[in-house]
Every structure is written in structure tokens, then in C-alpha cells.
Design a protein around this ligand. Structure first.
Ligand code: GYE
Length: 305
């Protein structure tokens, strides 16, 4: 069973069991994240129980409850939305099973419910996207019509990427988000929302998509409408997965803010530290960069995901 690792001394790595409750398989980012986490645990020789919640909170809660019942040593999960976790996290706490948040945050005020949150600073990512847009239109005297493709409603990266972006573009009153809709972080969602937006707004200048997949879906919709993505309508996205980077290299996306899905080794390190009775930082932020077209062309050949 979990807990007590500190008082009983560390367990052998091959005796440790970690339960991981993944969001789903909604995007290229998520697939890369899953692979990386599974590979890191495999390499460390630590057993990983894995579940895919298909973007549904109730499924994630069920998975976490089942991990508690099985008495795993640690639970890690990427919360699909920010709210509604207190009950199940209290159950884990009562069972003495430490919880690590990977990738996405919860908005619970009780920070004793998890030991650490490992992942990106999504507000910073939104700001980086906003700064590119600000710079791109610094000399423009006309209104710039921006549409936003939001991630999953209520998810930390959707909330924060919108907030960081809005904070920055506010500096230029010509920049206006004329429509904002969720595409649920999927390619199909991005395409569908973009199709509708193109119908209701004849004059879109720029798309800000909260991830590459939705941006790739938007490209399909823009091309189907007889317009050139990257030229007639500029596109800024977040993630920098291979397909996104290829579209950037091809000039169909104009700028990508990187968000690294490679969290596996850092998660393994956290588990090992906890197992040895050590303490970990409550917030571990991953390091990320941004890409324009030239940088994408250069980075593509070595891109891992
Ligand atoms: O940007 C998106 C994925 O939570 C950071 O989830 C992650 C986001 C990522 O579906 O592509």
C-alpha cells in the first residue's frame, strides 16, 4: 500500500506501483506525452498502471478511485478540467497515497491535496503568442480581426492561454478578438469551429489556436473556403508537435509557442525522490521556446514528437 515510504524506508523500484490517469488521446501533444511517460517508467523499471479518460472527468475520477482501491504507491494525473477534484483527492490523501499533477493544474485551494504540479506555465505561453501578434501588427492603423480557438472548456491550458494572450494584446486597441469558441483541443473540433467562423465573419485576419491540432483543423477549413492559410489568414498556435512544425515550415502556420509533452523523466524523478523520503518542489515548470518559420525548418529534422 501507499504512504509510509519515509518511515519504512524506500521500496525497491521494481516493487513500486504508480497509477497514471491520462486525459485522453485528443491531440498529437497528448499522444507524445503518453508515450514519453510510459517509456520513462519502463526504463526506470517502475510499474505504471495507465488509463485513458477520453476527455471525461468522471472517467478520470473512476480511474483514480480504482488506483486508490488497488493500493498503488503514487497517483499521477493530468486533470482534464480545473475544478471538481477535492473529493477524490481527499480520498487519496486519506489512503496515504501522494498525488502528483502532471501537465495541467487543479484550482483547489487546499494545496495539501497534491505534492507537486509538474508542467508548463500556460499564462506565459499565451503571452508569448500575444507578443508575436503585437509585434506583427505594430505599424497597422486598421482593426485586426482575431478569432480564438479555445482548448477544452474549463481546462487549465484553455483558461490560461486565453488570459495571457488577452493581457498582452490589450496594449494595442486595434487588436480585437471578435469570436472565441472551443474546439476541444482536437483537429476535428478546430476545423468545425473555423468553418462556422468563416461563414459568420468575412474578414478574419488571424487565428489564435490554443493548440497545433486545432490550428491544423483550421487550415483545412480555410483552404476549403478558397483562402490561403498563413497569408490571407495568419495562424498562431501552441505546442510545436511535428505536424504543427511542418505546417509552420510550409508557411501555413506563422508562429508556434512550444509546450513540451516530454514530462516522463521528470515525473520518474519526482517518484524516486518521494520514495526515498525526500521533498519535491510544489511547482516544477518545464522550459520552452517559440518558433518562427526558419526556426521550424531548422528544428524539424531532430524533432522528437
Ligand atoms: O497543449 C494540447 C493537449 O494540457 C498542455 O492538452 C496540454 C494540452 C496541449 O490536448 O494539445
Amino acid at each position: 500500500g501507499g504512504g509510509g515510504a519515509a518511515s519504512e524506508g524506500p521500496k525497491a523500484l521494481d516493487e513500486l506501483v504508480v497509477g497514471f490517469a491520462q486525459v485522453g488521446a485528443e491531440s498529437g501533444w497528448r499522444t507524445a506525452n503518453t508515450k514519453d511517460i510510459q517509456a520513462a517508467f519502463e526504463e526506470a523499471g517502475i510499474e505504471l498502471k495507465f488509463s485513458d479518460a477520453q476527455q471525461k472527468q468522471e472517467n478520470q475520477i473512476k480511474a483514480i478511485r480504482s488506483y486508490i482501491q488497488q493500493g498503488v504507491d503514487y497517483i499521477a494525473f493530468s486533470p482534464v478540467v480545473e475544478t471538481g477534484w477535492d473529493a477524490v483527492l481527499n480520498e487519496a490523501k486519506a489512503a496515504g497515497i501522494p498525488v502528483v499533477l502532471t501537465d495541467r493544474a487543479v484550482d483547489s485551494k487546499d494545496t495539501s491535496l497534491y505534492v507537486s504540479f509538474l508542467g508548463s506555465d500556460f499564462i506565459e505561453e499565451g503571452k508569448k503568442a500575444g507578443l508575436w501578434v503585437l509585434d506583427q501588427y505594430k505599424d497597422s492603423t486598421e482593426k485586426v480581426n482575431i478569432v480564438q480557438l479555445e482548448g477544452t472548456t474549463g481546462a487549465a491550458p484553455a483558461i490560461d492561454r486565453a488570459e495571457g494572450f488577452a493581457d498582452v494584446i490589450r496594449q494595442n486597441p486595434n487588436l480585437e478578438v471578435i469570436e472565441s469558441q472551443t474546439g476541444d483541443f482536437t483537429r476535428a473540433g478546430g476545423k468545425q469551429v473555423m468553418e462556422a467562423m468563416l461563414k459568420s465573419n468575412p474578414d478574419i485576419d488571424l487565428v489564435y489556436a490554443h493548440n497545433d491540432d486545432m490550428g491544423l483543423g483550421a487550415i483545412e477549413a480555410i483552404e476549403a473556403a478558397g483562402l490561403k492559410p498563413g497569408e490571407d489568414i495568419k495562424i498562431v498556435t501552441v505546442d510545436a508537435v511535428k505536424d504543427g512544425m511542418q505546417a509552420l515550415a510550409d508557411g501555413k502556420i506563422n508562429f508556434i509557442v512550444e509546450c513540451s509533452p516530454l514530462l516522463g523523466n521528470q515525473l520518474v524523478d519526482i517518484i524516486k525522490t518521494l520514495n526515498e523520503g525526500g521533498t519535491v518542489e510544489p511547482r516544477i515548470i518545464t522550459e520552452e521556446t517559440t518558433f518562427d518559420q526558419e526556426q521550424a525548418i531548422e528544428a524539424l529534422p531532430d524533432r522528437q514528437y
